[in-house]
Design a protein around this ligand. Structure first.
Ligand code: AMP
Ligand code: MG
Length: 401
């Protein structure tokens, strides 16, 4: 075996992310219509092709008029204006609104020249066919100003943004029918271990169901990756080497198990002896014994076998690299004490709730690295830096899951 000094050991979480980032290949762009781009990552920034709104327009159904004409209007002493036309969405009033005049206007219709205020229909009464009575003054605030949302030429979405429903709506409003996005990461997913069995099969003594494939597949999918499930490989160097060879052109292989300190952790030996290792072990709990390396140029992220560890290491280390976006974090009051070891950052499984003084995070109880039921109750990871100690009532950094 190559001496351990040949590659970094016990790297920080930040360094682990940087190593993974460095191993990933560059991906091509593709251009997709908006309806196919949900969840994708923008490859280039998006510039507005129009201003939004394109012109001053009405936020309400009502009348448009000169504000000064209407200041005295009350329920008891309504102001009377002459109706000189109509402005509707898509068909603006062509003329000018003079003193004592108004036009009927509908939501989204362009404000006619001369008018600068709106009185809503609820505050109007007709007074014969050609006049209206206003029960309160017209308001300039009910005019939506040209370009108040965004202006022609303005950058409205930055490269690297994940395309959410509201961002797709924004791109459409800015005049884009299609967007340049990165091709998704193609990720092979492998579970290892003689004892690991697909759920649904009968279970013999000493076997466990493969929960890592289910959890990791879902996480990868949620993060916009295309997942190639590679099933399970037993603890044999030949079988593992064959699995590493059969990944069919993925960008990254994510595996679980077989990279710890045990005699049968052959994936570790294979990568150390016949591949290349970027690091082995991360200074974090849960999940220390992760390994990152390459096999004939294929990046391999070897996650720990323990079910909680594999999902937490993925979430803390791989997720921000694969999505290109920082983890969503908030600072909240700790509902109980949280600690970490001197040389390990801790990621406590927590649940966010409401305390007397606002948001509070508590641990979910059982923190063992095989306690999946406790993990399933967690909606957050409480991040305690190496050698950190947080008392109940202190503020703590929380990663939202
Ligand atoms: P390992 O890292 O291979 O030593 O595995 C550590 C622990 O995680 C052992 O108890 C394994 O049985 C368990 N384990 C490994 N892979 C899986 C998996 N895919 N699903 C559930 N448990 C697993
Ligand atoms: Mg194993």
């Amino acid at each position: 075996m190559v001496p351990p000094a040949a590659f970094p050991m016990f790297v920080s979480v930040e360094d682990a992310r940087a190593h993974l980032h460095a191993l990933l290949p560059t991906r091509p762009h593709e251009t997709l219509p908006l309806q196919a781009a949900l969840g994708r990552t923008l490859a280039e920034s998006v510039t507005a092709r129009v201003s939004h709104p394109g012109a001053d327009n009405s936020a309400l159904d009502g009348i448009a008029c000169r504000e000064a004409d209407t200041r005295a209007a009350t329920l008891e002493t309504p102001v009377r204006l002459r109706v000189v036309g109509e402005s509707r969405a898509g068909a603006a009033h062509a003329g000018t609104v003079g003193p004592g005049e108004c036009v009927r206007i509908y939501t989204g219709a362009t404000l006619p020249a001369g008018a600068e205020a709106i009185c809503p229909v609820e505050q109007l009464a007709d007074d014969g066919p050609h006049h209206v009575l206003l029960r309160r003054p017209a308001r300039k605030e009910d005019v939506r100003r040209a370009g108040e949302d965004f202006q022609l030429g303005q950058t409205v979405l930055m490269a690297g943004a994940r395309l959410t429903p509201s961002r797709l709506a924004l791109a459409a409003a800015a005049g884009h029918a299609e967007l340049p996005v990165w091709r998704p990461w193609r990720v092979g997913l492998l579970s290892t271990g003689d004892e690991v069995v697909a759920p649904g099969q009968p279970l013999q003594a000493g076997q466990v169901y493969d929960s890592n494939s289910a959890g990791l597949h879902a996480l990868l999918h949620q993060d916009g990756c295309e997942v190639l499930p590679l099933g399970r490989a037993p603890d044999s160097p030949e079988a593992l080497a064959a699995a590493l060879e059969g990944t069919g052109g993925v960008d990254l292989l994510v595996s679980s198990g077989g990279v710890s300190m045990g005699r049968y952790d052959f994936l570790r030996d294979l990568l150390i002896e016949r591949g290349q290792v970027s690091f082995w072990k991360i200074r974090m709990r849960p999940g220390g014994p992760a390994l990152l390396g390459t096999w004939n140029g294929l990046p391999v992220l070897g996650l720990p076998g323990n079910p909680v560890s594999s999902l937490v290491v993925y979430s803390v280390v791989a997720r921000p690299v694969l999505t290109g976006a920082p983890l969503r974090t908030v600072r909240l009051r700790a509902g109980n004490a949280f600690r970490s070891l001197p040389d390990r950052a801790a990621y406590w499984r927590g649940v966010v709730g409401q305390g007397a003084e606002g948001g509070v995070v508590r641990d979910v109880g059982a923190q063992g690295s095989a306690m999946l039921r406790a993990l399933s109750h967690a909606d957050a990871l409480v991040a305690v830096p190496e050698g950190g100690s947080v008392n109940a009532g202190d503020e703590v950094e929380v990663i939202l899951l």
